[in-house]
Structures are given as structure tokens and as C-alpha cells.
Design a protein. Sequence first.
Length: 213
Amino acid sequence: MSHFYRQAHYTISATKLHELPTDQGIEVAFAGRSNAGKSSAINTITDIKSLARTSKTPGRTQMINFFALDESRSLVDLPGYGYAKVPEQVKLRWQATLGKYLETRRALRGLMIMMDVRHPLKDFDIQMLEWAQDANLPVHILLTKSDKFKSGAAKSAQLQVEKKLREQSLNATVQLFSSLKRTGKETAIAKLDQWFFPDTEDDNDDPAENDND
Ligand SMILES: Nc1nc2c(ncn2[C@@H]2O[C@H](COP(=O)(O)OP(=O)(O)OP(=O)(O)O)[C@@H](O)[C@H]2O)c(=O)[nH]1
Ligand SMILES: [Mg+2]
């Protein structure tokens, strides 16, 4: 349903949890280390070039930005974690906010975690995975910038990540993704569809479509 994501439009930004819009409908958040390619992935998935601001300077996204897809569904672009130049105090405060958001936000139905394919599963990525697991929140990992590797090396990086997740009993699905080459987009959208349209069957036996009288 890739056309659905083209409807995305910016609605609101928040810096603190109490500024978030009403906790209703369905949202899927995009998280990851600073510079991992979160905003780029949102732009690739929605096919809207400058929907979410991207930057060569890590730490570009400093607010929680909401992009509505329809009246009850939104994509949420989260500020990156782990940016070295942010003072420790600010980093810790943001990490606590993130943890609380994952734990308490009822509208949140899925978490996309972006990790640079060259540097996956850093400490705070693991922390995010653990929080999500504690909150029963499903996670899908996009190994971003896969264009930086030849396809064999990218695939083996993916297998490595899957192996480490198994070893640590962390549940998440994993795929390669490149905003530059626009690869992996359909797989990412299929996962978003599962979260945004949980009642829709894949096998197309919706009676409304069997229009035979
Ligand atoms: N080669 C390559 N570069 C990418 C890709 N995706 C993003 N980038 C680059 O990586 C940098 C960071 O991308 P962003 O999308 O702004 O990353 P972010 O995770 O939103 O960063 P913050 O908001 O700062 O946390 C930019 O220079 C992008 O052009 C990709 O698929 N391939
Ligand atoms: Mg960003």
C-alpha cells in the first residue's frame, strides 16, 4: 500500500512528553542513533523528498515530529540518541524520555529502529530493544545505508545482526535498507502495513472485494 504513505503530512512537534498529541489512534516511531538515517527513511517510505529534515550534521532532529497519514495514523520521527556532542546531562534526559515514551504511549504499535549497517547494535540500540521487549512493542530494524556495502557484505551484516539478536533473546525482524538507492522500501512498507492495518488479511478474501452478485 505504498500510495497510502504518500499522504503523509507534518502535523506537530513536541520536545517533552506532555506536549505530545492526544494518545489515540495508531503511531509507529522511527528511532535510532543520531545520523542513522531515520529522517531519510521516512522521506523514502513516503516518497516525499523533504518531509522530514535530513542533515549531514548529526543531531538535526531535536523534536519529536509527527507526520499524519490519515486522521488516526501517524509516523513519528524521534531525535537520534547517542550524539557525542550533546552534553551528558541532556543525553541522559532524552534517553529517559524515550524510555518513558516507549513504556507509556498506548498509540505506539511498532518501533522501527534504524542502524547504520556498518555500525549496528550499539549499546543504546540494545537498550531500546530491551525497553521495547518489556513494553511488548514489536520492533523492525532497518540496516540503513546498505549502499555502502556490496550486496554480499550487506547480507552477511544482516545475518550477523540476526544471530546476535537470537543470542541475546531479543525479538526483532531485520532488513537491509538504502534511502540513496531506494532499496528495501517495499519490505519496510509491508511491515508498516501490518502495524497500521492489523485486521487486514494478506490473502485478499475480504468479502467486500468478492463482489459477485
Ligand atoms: N549513503 C547513504 N547515505 C544516507 C542514507 N540515508 C541517509 N544518509 C545520509 O546520512 C545522513 C543522516 O541522515 P538523516 O536521515 O538526517 O539521519 P537521522 O537519523 O534522521 O539523523 P538525526 O536526525 O540527526 O538523528 C545524511 O547525510 C543522509 O544523506 C543512505 O541510504 N545511504
Ligand atoms: Mg533526523
